[in-house]
Design a protein around this ligand. Structure first.
Ligand code: NAD
Ligand code: UDP
Length: 343
């Protein structure tokens, strides 16, 4: 029987975790390291004393995300497309390379599918050759438009294999299959996290995801665009919590292979989110309804019992607080961009 820990993390658990993650300095490869999540993990790993190799083709990521660390001798940035093989000596690999926002991943569906399948294959081959532990950033999208809620890791999902989201969903599902087959066949050390909608500083203002869209629209006095009736739900995890969960997973004792849900169980409709952003920004923007997105999941909420039990992890930043930080970040960025244009 797995021991299930509920409630706040114990002090001892936190201390043990910090000792493990900051222990012996490691060489850590982060694919997609210049993106939103990847840059946060690179930054955290460097602050803990590790050496980080960031592999990225800068398709949806931005060089500015790591520019504040450009002079740090512990960071190495390599321009590489993970659809092509690579061999890099590493103790740990975080495989983050893939577009993540629906407009980004639907802009080049074949490229998205291949990035996820070949990207997983090449990360696993690299791990097989070097003995590294490889951690996969999978997604709640493997559950598709779920027929059960909250979603537990044992749910097999409900994905339309031929719809416009399939390039991403099926790419991530195939990647999970490859991970477990490499684990069973070659003994590669794997850990698979299923990430639920995560937000925070360093999202691209124009990446098309709902939080960046609503916050930017509200700050610029533009209409907030709800796709469909707005009754669809999502659970939003603040980036710092997610990174903490990933780091815990990376040092978790085997056989914690996952798949394991990482997300915030608080569930909100898109309409509730729009109203919250409007009231928090004091914006006079209007809410408008546009056509619903094809195959848009109607509900999404993680069951994080497994993460609580195996990683002693749960999110600490609730939506209002995370939104406050995100709004402040975008406000600062948009003002700086405005000053640059005026200057
Ligand atoms: P992002 O678009 O900001 O970052 C993705 C990074 O991968 C970018 O730097 C991009 O340039 C790079 N990349 C894309 N294709 C590549 C390729 N072929 N070769 C090399 N680099 C490539 O997205 P994100 O939100 O930071 O997501 C990171 C990972 O987490 C993705 O794998 C995504 O599927 C997963 N994920 C994210 C969320 C979320 O809410 N943010 C939810 C579920 C899963
Ligand atoms: N959404 C919306 N308006 C926007 C962007 C997104 O109503 O401007 C909706 C979208 O249809 C979905 C939810 O918000 O129901 C979350 O969308 P996002 O693209 O952030 O993530 P995903 O669909 O991948 O969960």
């Amino acid at each position: 029987m797995r021991k299930v820990v509920t409630g706040p993390l114990s002090v001892v658990g936190q201390r043990e975790f910090l000792k493990k993650i900051a222990g012996i300095p490691k060489r850590i490869l982060v694919t997609g390291g210049s993106g939103f999540l990847g840059s946060h993990i690179c930054e955290r790993l460097i602050s803990l004393g590790h050496t980080v190799i960031c592999l990225d083709n800068f398709s949806t990521g931005r060089r500015e995300n790591l520019s504040h660390l450009a002079q740090d001798p512990h960071l190495h940035i390599i321009d590489h497309d993970v659809r092509k093989p690579y061999l890099i000596d590493a103790d740990v690999i975080f495989n983050f390379a893939s577009p993540a926002s629906p407009p980004d991943y639907q802009a080049d569906p074949v490229g998205t599918l291949m990035t996820n399948v070949l990207g997983a294959l090449h990360a696993l081959e690299n791990a097989k050759a070097t003995g590294a532990t490889v951690i996969q950033s999978s997604t709640s999208e493997v559950y598709g438009d779920p027929l059960t809620s909250p979603q537990r890791e044992t749910y097999f999902g409900n994905v339309n294999t031929i719809g416009p989201r399939a390039c991403y969903d099926e790419g991530k599902r195939s990647a999970e299959t490859l991970f477990f087959d490499y684990h069973r066949t070659y003994g590669v050390k794997i850990k698979v996290a299923r990430i639920f909608n995560t937000y925070g500083p360093r999202m691209r203002p124009d990446d098309g995801r709902v939080i960046s869209n609503f916050v930017v629209q509200a700050l610029q006095g533009k209409d907030l665009t709800i796709y469909g009736d707005g009754h669809q739900t999502r659970s939003f995890c603040y980036v710092d919590d997610l990174i903490d969960g990933f780091l815990r997973l990376s040092v978790s004792a085997d056989p914690c292979t996952g798949p394991i849900n990482l997300g915030n169980p608080g569930e909100f409709t898109v309409l509730e989110l729009a109203r919250m952003v409007l009231s928090m920004t004091g914006s006079r923007s209007r809410i408008v309804h546009l056509a619903a997105a094809t195959d848009d999941p109607r509900q999404r909420r993680p069951d994080i019992t497994q993460a609580r039990g195996e990683l002693a992890w749960e999110p600490k930043v609730m939506l209002r607080e995370g939104l406050e930080r995100t709004i402040a970040h975008f406000d600062e960025r948009l003002s700086a961009a405005g000053r640059a244009v005026a200057g």
